[in-house]
Design a binder for this molecule. Sequence first.
Ligand code: FAD
Length: 321
Amino acid sequence: MTKKVLVLGEAREGSLRNVSFEAIAAAKTIANGGEVVAVLLGDAVASLAQEMIAYGADRVVTVEHPHLKQYTSDGYSQALMAVIEQENPEGIVFGHTALGKDLSPKIASKLKAGLVSDVTAIESNGDEHTFVRPIYSGKAFEKVQIKDGIHLASVRPNNITPLEKDDSRSGDVSAVSVDITNLRTIVKEVVRKSTDGVDLSEAKVVIAGGRGVKSEEGFEPLKQLADLLGGAVGASRGACDAEYCDYSLQIGQTGKVVTPDLYIAAGISGAIQHLAGMSNSKIIVAINKDPEANIFNVADYGIVGDLFEVVPLLIEEFKKI
Ligand code: FAD
C-alpha cells in the first residue's frame, strides 16, 4: 500500500537545512511510491518550495504568518496541525534538530500517534518499515516498527542520503491560511551568538578539541584546520567547562550529536558521555599524547602525540592538496 507522507522543511536564515532533504528521502521510503508533501512554515517561505521539489517532494504546502517568523511550539503546532487536518497523511517526517525534537512529540501527542525519534536508517520491506535508532548513548541500536496509526519519525542529520537534486522536477505549491492565535510565547527578538562558518550539527568535517587544548588560544590551530577542510569546530565538555570555548560547541550526551564523514578529536580522552555524541561519525581520527586514552578504542586512525605538533603538521600537509 502506498502512503501520503508529510515532511517538515526547516529553514535557517532564509536557506533550507540539509536535514530537510534527508527527511524527504526518508519520507519517500515510508511513502512506498505514494505522495511526499513538503510543508514549509514561516513568514516568507514560498520561495523555498522549488528546492524541496528538486530534492524529491511531489508538492509543497506553505503556511505563512508573521507569528511563524521565529519558531514557537504553539505557533508551529497550530500551523502544522491545520496542514495535517487538510492532508490527512499516513506519515510525517521531521529533522531530529532542536526544532524537530520540540515539535514532533507535541504533534504525536495531539494525534495520539507513535513517534520514532532520532532515526539513523529505515529498513523497508514493501509496506513494512523498520526504523533504526541508537540507544544507551549510542552503545546499541534498536529496531522499531509502528504497527498502526500515523507513522511519525524524526531523522538524525547526516545519516540518510538525500536524493540527487533535480531542478527540472515540478510540483504544485499551495498555501494554507491559518489564524495563529493564543500564543503563550511570542519571540520579540533573537540575539544570536556570532558563529562563523559551517553549522556543527550538519558539518561533514568536525575538528573537536578537549581539555588537552589547554586554552582559548589553543583552539586556533583547530579552527585553521576546520576552515581548510570546510568543517566546523566542536569541543568536549571538559574544554567548555574550562572556558576554552562556548557551550554551543559541546558534543556528547548533554551536547550536540554529530555524525560527520570525518571527526578529528584532539586532546579528548574519550569519556562515554563524549562518545555518545560522535561515535557514529564515519571516520574518526584521534590525536592524544596518552596511548591508553579511551578515544583510541573508537578511532579508525590514532595519532599518539602532542596535538600542538600534530595539528600544525596536518595543516601544512592539507595546504599542499
Ligand atoms: P580529559 O578527560 O581531561 O582529557 C583530556 C585529554 O587530553 C587526555 O586524554 C590527555 O591525554 C589529552 N592531552 C592533554 N594534553 C595533550 C596534548 N598536548 N596533546 C594531545 N593530547 C593531550 N563530556 C562531553 O564531552 N560531552 C558531554 O555531552 C558530556 N556530558 C556529560 C554528562 C554527564 C551527566 C556527566 C557526568 C559528564 C558529562 N561529560 C560530557 C563529561 C565527561 O565525563 C568528561 O569529563 C569529559 O568529556 C572530558 O573532557 P576531555 O576529554 O576534554 O578532558
